[in-house]
Ligand binder design. Structure first.
Ligand code: KIV
Length: 290
């Protein structure tokens, strides 16, 4: 693939206008961000899902700003052309607008992200507005919002009845008015996602929201077979790296135990002169000891 220039927010906006699908994947570390960037992924989201799939928490609730920043920095060191979005973790934007702006600023200044993402509907439109006004682009996230879903209803499809579908549409429209440059729609019926996508000027990025969104996002570990605890219906498994890695490590263990590894080609050797000198030095040492 030829080298791409760095994608910008206006490139992403143009893609909707031109009917080009936006491809988003999560990443949390240097090696996978390198692979995602090289694969031509448009947006890499350093999601708080990293707290679960990479750091091993049961939910995204415990993920801290410092953990998000560490993952963001690693991703930013790798990615040359993908647009980078840092996911604001639970309680990094809810306490006050000042706090939200400060933490969004940390994602850009310290984490070297190009934008941030905030979970929640119109109740956070003032927060989105405040951050956008500082010049930091914000991605909205409505529908299933895992940070609060964990505390309330669990993981369920959102907007299945007329009232909740209407609320979702309003939420998305208010976030757009507040300055969001794109909106994630998570676990929303395809029909509702299509209405929202048609109504908004900014792109919608679906995850479990059907085929009509302007783009799609998935969690890297779900599509690569690296997270065993849970496999959402909406994710497609493109590889089974977990199985491949288990086999590789079992082979390594067997090779060490049987003496097959290291083999000659993995070993450093001296040339004959170096060996002669070593032997001479060794015999001198032994004589001195006697
Ligand atoms: O944290 C995350 O990975 C996300 C995506 C599921 C959109 O928020």
């Amino acid at each position: 693939m030829s080298e791409r220039r760095k994608l910008t927010i206006s490139d992403i906006a143009k893609m909707k206008g031109e009917g080009r699908k936006i491809v988003v994947i999560t990443a949390y570390d240097y090696p996978f961000a390198t692979i995602a960037d090289r694969a031509g992924i448009d947006i890499i989201l350093v999601g708080d899902s990293g707290g679960m799939v990479s750091l091993g928490y049961e939910t995204t609730i415990p993920v801290s700003m410092d953990e998000m920043l560490m993952m963001s920095k690693a991703v930013a060191r790798a990615a040359k052309s993908s647009l980078l979005v840092g996911d604001m973790p639970f309680m990094s934007f809810q306490i006050s607008r000042e706090d939200a702006v400060r933490n969004a600023g940390r994602f850009v200044k310290e984490g070297r992200m190009d934008a941030v993402k905030i979970e929640g509907g119109k109740e956070f439109s003032d927060t989105v507005r405040a951050i956008s006004r500082t010049g930091i682009p914000v991605m909205g996230h409505v529908g299933l919002t895992p940070q609060t879903a964990t505390l309330w209803q669990g993981y369920r499809v959102q907007g299945k009845d007329a009232r909740s579908a209407e609320k979702l549409i309003e939420d998305a429209q208010e976030l757009e008015s507040a300055g969001a440059f794109a909106i994630v729609l998570e676990m929303v019926p395809e029909e509702v996602a299509e209405i929202i996508t048609d109504k908004l000027n900014v792109p919608t990025i679906g995850i479990g929201a059907g085929r009509h969104c302007d783009g799609q996002v998935l969690v890297l570990h779900d599509i690569l077979g690296l997270y065993e605890k849970f496999s959402p219906k909406f994710a497609k498994k493109y590889a089974d790296l977990g199985k491949a890695a288990s086999e590789a490590l079992a082979n390594y263990r067997d090779d060490v135990v049987s003496g097959k590894f290291p083999a000659q080609e993995n070993t450093f050797k001296m040339d004959s002169k170096q060996l002669e000198r070593l032997k001479a030095a060794f015999s001198k040492l032994t004589e001195a000891e006697v």
